[in-house]
Design a protein around this ligand. Sequence first.
Ligand code: GLN
Length: 452
Amino acid sequence: AHLDRIAAVDGVVHAFLHVNTEEALAVAAEVDAARAAGQSLHRLAGVPIAIKDLIVTVGQPTTAGSRILEGWMSPYDATVIEKIRAAKLPILGKTNLDEFAMGSSTEHSAFGDTHNPWDLDRIPGGSGGGSAAAVAAFEAPLALGTDTGGSIRQPAAVTGTVGVKPTYGGVSRYGAIAMASSLDQIGPCARTVEDAALLHELIGGHDPKDSTSLVDPVAAFAAAAADGDVTGLRIGVVTDLQGEGYQAGVLDRFGEALDLLREAGAEIVEVSCPHFRYALGAYYLIMPSEVSSNLAKFDGVRYGLRTLPTEGPLTIERVMAATRAAGFGAEAKRRIILGTYALSAGYYDAYYGSAQKVRTLVQRDFDAAFERVDILISPTAPTTAFRLGEKTDDPLAMYLNDVATIPANLAGVPGLSLPSGLATEDGLPAGIQLLAPAREDERLYRAGAALE
Ligand code: GLN
């Protein structure tokens, strides 16, 4: 049914870069046979899933949304993919994204735009717009994303779906092509909080192949989501993440969510995190610095594309330059140049060093806030989905969309976005973000379920 749905609507939505028909049907048939034979199966066995094309898969191409990886096949599976295969979830295919997960609209993909199923002239968010659109368009009930600065949560908000960025280290990053390693995290996209919890339980847990992986056992996220009891929970409204720049309809739905939580027995207080206003600036220095280092490996020798210079001597440097000039898009090049500059000798203290200090201050804001409250709450994104093309010529306007999602990545804390309803002025979905202390992802599922 999901493959039929993809065939029917993906021509206009364009959530998928690759559809894995044969293998998905084979896994579904295996599950049917196992069930008929009375074998015990994982709770999610047979539930189809779509995978953001930043996560490597054997037998299907992985492009990261970039020409530089066109035609490349991974020789190994990501740890999350191994877990998905072991539990027998049919993999429907690979979903579109901004090149190397850099963007907030999926317009920086080398393989065309993804359209928001609510309004095809609008962006589906980014970078994981393909995964969110696939879930919103009923092409897939579950999907995987990656979140470095909001790429799971912001697409969820603008497509009316649920997206979770787990605690940093809570899900193995092995096999997620690195964007900014100290910020990257794989997480679930779904249509309900409980579905996201079930998928999180499956993919989470320690992995010796990821040196930043936490050793904690996976908590009972699905049970917390099924319970949804918020009696006595202290919830802090982040006063710094509302007001100027936030759309009226988004704030209206946010206010209603606070009323719902109050009625459900939670205590709502206001909390200020004064350094959050510097988080965006710090992120857009730390992230490109890590990007410039991580993307250095695409050299025309080891992976994918190799472009030869059209004239002059055939040296390795010139092949590298020709390959990177042809293989990377404008946004990837912009960030590589910014990051290289920020890390240059002589500029390190002024840019990268200062940004790291701001990162510490943001972490301290979270620490102070979580001494007073159990959970923080804010809108996920300042606006509903904007129009395709509206911000492509203005990188700063695009970056501003991440203002509410970035603090969580800088601090490594978990965040969940869920729909709060439709904004009155444009009838488009708005999202609410819940944030918890590191390792307390379970609280997000409990409070999220209370809002559904
Ligand atoms: N909008 C963010 C950026 O462009 C999203 C990054 C991400 O989470 N992958 O950097």
